[in-house]
Design a protein around this ligand. Structure first.
Ligand SMILES: C[S@@+](CC[C@H](N)C(=O)[O-])C[C@H]1O[C@@H](n2cnc3c(N)ncnc32)[C@H](O)[C@@H]1O
Length: 219
């Protein structure tokens, strides 16, 4: 099945609010566990979350690693407004800093981040070369990287089955967004080609569930 790109930034308030209201606790907790496993026991780090959405990942991380400082970027004003509120309500404003910027061109110094992570952003992006080049530029040499996203299923029918299996209890809007995200996603083979083109050979790509791939740095 060919990729059918969806809109890059989640700029609509209704879309951002539906996403923020969904229950991603289990998958987000699993992502955080994998990131902390990769990062080992380091108590302090400067980390970057690309496409933070409502900010749930960085909030979960600093609960477990209060010494980390996390810059949480998103290009969508509507999403960042929700993230700012959630970060403040979690009492994490001193350690999680939301920044509105395009992940394909961040206003940060090269090599600024010990850790770069991201969940569910790559399927939004069509100019993937610009995105991966930015990941490469911003990572400190020897730093840790974990990016997770959906993998495009072989057919629209397979995508529908995934939505029914994992999102039957969600709102019709969220189910439709999930379906469109699956159609817009990249396969692990496509991601491997993108990483090689960006000179990111030190990263592995593996399927981490029946619908996700992970890109991560190998120690
Ligand atoms: C599906 S949400 C995922 C949010 C969050 N990472 C999570 O796991 O809950 C994708 C987010 O990436 C943002 N996004 C997409 N393309 C982006 C870009 N080029 N730069 C910054 N943010 C982007 C969207 O606005 C949206 O908030």
């Amino acid at each position: 099945m060919f990729r059918q790109p969806e809109t890059e930034f989640m700029n609509l308030s209704a879309e951002a609010e539906a996403y923020a209201a969904a229950d991603f606790a289990e998958v987000n907790e699993a992502f955080v566990a994998r990131l902390l496993e990769l990062a080992g026991d380091r108590a302090d780090a400067v980390a970057l979350d690309l496409g933070t959405g409502p900010g749930d990942m960085p909030i979960r991380i600093v609960r477990q690693r209060p010494g980390w400082r996390i810059v949480a970027v998103d290009a969508s004003f509507a999403m960042l407004r929700l993230a700012r509120r959630a970060i403040a309500e979690a009492g994490a404003s001193h350690v999680v800093v939301p920044v509105q910027t395009d992940a394909k061109g961040c206003p940060f110094l090269s090599g600024a981040f010990d850790i770069i992570f991201s969940n569910s952003i790559v399927h939004h992006i069509t100019d993937v070369a610009a995105f991966w080049n930015e990941v490469k530029r911003l990572a400190k040499p020897g730093g840790h990287i974990l990016l997770r996203d959906l993998s495009r299923p072989p057919s629209p029918e397979a995508a529908r089955r995934i939505v029914e299996t994992y999102a039957a209890h969600e709102s019709p809007l969220l189910q439709e967004e999930f379906y469109r995200s699956l159609l817009s996603a990249y396969t692990p083979d496509e991601v491997r080609t993108q990483l090689d083109a960006a000179g990111l050979e030190g990263l592995s790509v593996v399927m981490s569930s029946d619908r996700h791939w992970d890109v991560f740095s190998v120690a």
